[in-house]
Design a protein around this ligand. Structure first.
Ligand code: HMG
Ligand code: MG
Length: 316
């Protein structure tokens, strides 16, 4: 990847030439579907994502099945995937506590993701703890996971706004992100959980984050509730960010954040990135097939645009 350097006359001149995408549809997407997708549908979705060339996929959550019944088959799903021949893809899973870590270890998962909100109210509703209690509990998760040879990613949610508390001060989110990084998370994904972000605010948040964390440790997780996810991602690219979360078809949402709609659609993001000359390693045609498969798996039309419009629309 090229090193970004600033060029005031052409902001896009310093975007990276390649970025890494982290696919969250099997977890962030399916956790928010009103109907639970059967295990065979989850495997079909993951197979389609792998076939499209996605190399980092968050496949499920080792959370309480009472809280997220849609992902209650996490242990069985990981076992099923482990028994199949798969290309070298990093499969990760959300993990809230030491009980989740034990399940992840049994499942032989090599990467977990811990999560905490920058908003006290959302954190309490989502994981039934204060932010400080969550960070303290991560002592039993992040270190032991690393000792067991796992990589640990961290999420900070509601960075661009909370459905209960409104605006969140960027310094609050960034202080939490720094703690997660210092505790051993290799990367922190800044979440716009309810898709409230706009480019000016994004520039402020990401610039501040760059003052505290290494560039390679910052990822953006943009829900597209208000149609601003791609605009915010372009701002991230201009600041050199190279790691973006996305969900095929625009699946996604947090059951404990009312009003949160899907993530930026992976196919829309890849279409834009390739058009900007930024490599992803992803086959867009196969990704469009994956988005269409996702629609058939969840049984509804999904909001992503490129899988409906097609990659090109050439008319004689
Ligand atoms: P709690 O009820 O406070 O848990 O929930 P507890 O520790 O008191 O335990 C209660 C029961 O749950 C016990 O069982 C535990 O064993 C069990 P019982 O004795 O009653 O039979 N339990 C578990 N079972 C399975 N796996 C576990 C586990 N832990 C406890 N890991 C808890 C606390 C954290 C478990 C719960 O609140 C929870 O699971 N929350 C998850 C919520 C969630 O997954 N939200 C969506 C993901 S976050 C998101 O979408 C945002 C993100 O995308 C970024 C963004 O968009 O910004 C990441
Ligand atoms: Mg999310």
């Amino acid at each position: 990847m090229s090193t970004p350097s600033h060029n005031a006359s052409d902001p896009l001149a310093f975007v990276p030439d390649r970025v890494s995408l982290y696919e969250v549809s099997p977890r962030d997407g399916l956790q928010n579907e009103s109907a639970t997708v059967p295990l065979s549908g989850k495997v079909r979705l993951i197979d389609a994502l792998v076939a499209a060339g996605l190399e980092r996929i968050e496949i499920t959550s080792f959370v309480s099945p009472k809280w997220i019944p849609q992902l209650a088959d996490a242990d069985e799903l990981t076992k099923t995937l482990r028994e199949r021949a798969m290309p070298p893809v990093t499969l990760s899973a959300l993990c809230p506590n030491s009980k989740g870590l034990e399940r992840a270890k049994k499942a032989n998962i090599k990467e977990i993701a811990v999560f905490v909100s920058a908003s006290e109210t959302h954190n309490k509703k989502n994981i039934n703890k204060t932010i400080d209690e969550s960070l303290a509990a991560f002592e039993q998760t992040i270190g032991p996971a690393r000792e067991a040879g796992m990589r640990v990613r961290g999420y900070v949610s509601t960075v661009w706004g909370c459905p209960y508390e409104g605006d969140i001060l960027p310094e609050r989110s960034i202080a939490i992100a720094k703690k997660l990084f210092d505790m051993g998370c290799y990367q922190i994904s800044f979440g716009d959980t309810i898709g409230a972000g706009t480019p000016k605010r994004t520039r402020e948040i990401i610039k501040r984050a760059l003052g505290v964390l290494p560039l390679s440790a910052i990822a953006m997780h943009m829900h597209d509730t208000r149609g601003t996810a791609l605009a915010n991602i372009v701002v991230g690219l201009e600041l050199g960010i190279r790691h973006f979360d996305a969900a095929v078809g625009g699946l996604g949402g947090c059951p404990y954040a009312p009003g949160a709609a899907g993530n930026v659609a992976t196919e829309d993001l890849v279409y834009m990135l390739h058009g900007m000359g930024i490599g992803t390693g992803i086959d867009l045609e196969r990704l469009v097939e994956a988005a269409r498969a996702a629609e058939s798996i969840v049984g509804r039309a999904l909001p992503g645009k490129v899988h409906r419009a097609g990659i090109r629309s050439l008319r004689a």
